[in-house]
Design a protein around this ligand. Structure first.
Ligand SMILES: *Cc1c(COP(=O)(O)O)cnc(C)c1O
Length: 406
């Protein structure tokens, strides 16, 4: 195929699509495991994993088999009727997370919305907060999704511009500052919503002990701790859930992305009996949430995480890779950081040209917040494949042409 093949797709999208993304001009046609192939037949190692949705790798055979098997029976019942997959999905997710109840949705943003609704109701009904006055504390530079309510809690101008009026009831504190959290709590505070690591903001790590401190503060003030582990959960950081690094048990975990291994959108809120118990029939729902196809896929995706020891793999492979990145002598690298296989390389300069050069070398990465290069490959990656990625990352970050232009 010719170069014009890629251009055809780029032009079509430019002409007919909304311009709310700025993708690299790589048109993916096929994928398997950690590798994707573009329409020109070029192969790339996937260093993004669809923002950690593909922890199990592209088209994992066991997840695909579950998809196909369930598609041959029934795909959608709506919650007007029951299905055979949802109850087991709920049970397995509760067992995996040590939580009591699960509420399935489709996208991450819907899981966040669900948690916000649950927390507000809990605040009115269980904590006695006066009607319509519940406050949820969130962190500066958070990323929780794109709905109007969620961006109402955002500090990112690009996510908010001209989308008002916004949903009230959010209070913003700096990320990583437990004292600021405690000072922000009032009798109207129902919850603290936070990511254990701010991945979208540039793989920002809070100081050690932050999450444990925040959890203790929440407990002391009877404030719910809602952890958005949509990106950090399900093995990415070398624990099943990132909060395990500090022995924290939240009131609710928000999951999505790798919950379905990148095969079908599935998200969920898992939490305490007391919190998820606030919903009665008719008070919340989703046509596709908990559908048998998604539930079967998610059950398989969770089994793959366990059977293939992907959590342990991230824990084993991540730290040495981070150390190698840290030892790189590059004039453009400002800092490297991360946990498990969620890694960020912060540059002194724009990361985009380096992502483009890396794609040319056969590794797909995407800049986040201009100056950070995130590397988060599927957790099934082998040491040899990590070497492949490292060589190319090192070559690009030390390239005379790129670093002197920067
Ligand atoms: C991706 C993400 C979301 C939103 O998920 P969508 O499926 O895109 O709606 C929310 N929180 C975090 C931390 C995420 O990474």
């Amino acid at each position: 195929m010719s170069q014009s093949s890629t251009q055809t797709y780029v032009d079509l999208e430019a002409r007919y699509g909304a311009h709310n993304y700025k993708p690299l001009d790589i048109v993916v046609a096929e994928a398997q495991g950690v590798w994707v192939t573009d329409v020109e037949g070029r192969r790339y190692l996937d260093g993004l994993s669809a923002y950690s949705s593909l922890n199990q790798g592209h088209r994992h055979p066991r997840i695909m088999a579950a998809l196909i098997e369930q598609a041959g029976r029934v795909t959608l019942t709506s919650r007007a009727f029951r299905n055979t997959e949802l109850p087991y999905f709920e049970k397995e997710l509760c067992e995996l997370s040590g939580m009591q109840r699960a509420l399935p949705m489709n996208t991450g943003a819907e899981a966040v919305e669900t948690a916000i609704k649950a927390a507000r109701r809990w605040g009115y009904r269980n904590k006695g907060i006066p009607a319509d006055q519940a406050e949820i504390i969130v962190c500066a530079d958070n990323f929780h999704g794109r709905t109007v309510t969620i961006i109402s809690a955002s500090t990112e101008p690009g996510y908010r511009a001209d989308y008002g009026p916004f949903t009230p009831g959010f209070v913003i504190v700096p990320f990583g500052d437990a004292d600021a959290l405690e000072r922000a709590i009032t009798p109207r505070t129902c919850a603290f919503l936070v990511e254990p690591i701010q991945a979208e903001a540039g793989v920002l790590m809070p100081p050690p002990g932050y999450l444990a401190k925040a959890a203790a503060i929440c407990k002391r003030h009877r404030v719910l701790l809602l952890l958005d582990e949509i990106q950090t959960g399900l093995g990415r950081t070398g624990r099943m859930f990132a909060c395990e690094h500090e022995g924290v048990k939240p009131d609710a975990l928000l999951l999505g992305k790798a919950l379905s291994g990148g095969v079908y959108p599935v998200s969920a809120v898992v939490g305490s009996d007391e919190l998820i118990g606030v919903f009665e029939p008719g008070s919340h729902g989703s046509t596709f949430g908990g559908n048998p196809l998604g539930s079967a896929v998610a059950r398989a995706a969770l089994r793959v995480l366990k059977d293939e020891r992907l959590v342990e793999r991230a824990a084993e492979l991540g730290p040495p890779f981070l150390a190698r990145l840290g030892a790189l002598h590059s004039p453009v690298v400002r800092a490297v950081r991360g946990s498990g296989l969620l890694l960020g390389i912060e540059l002194h300069t724009a990361a985009r040209p380096f992502c483009e050069a890396l794609a040319h070398e056969g590794v797909l990465c995407k800049e986040t917040h201009d100056k950070v290069l995130r590397f988060a490959p599927p957790l099934i990656i082998t040491p040899a494949e990590l070497d492949f990625a490292y060589e190319r990352i090192a070559r690009v970050l030390t390239s005379r042409a790129l670093t002197s232009a920067a």
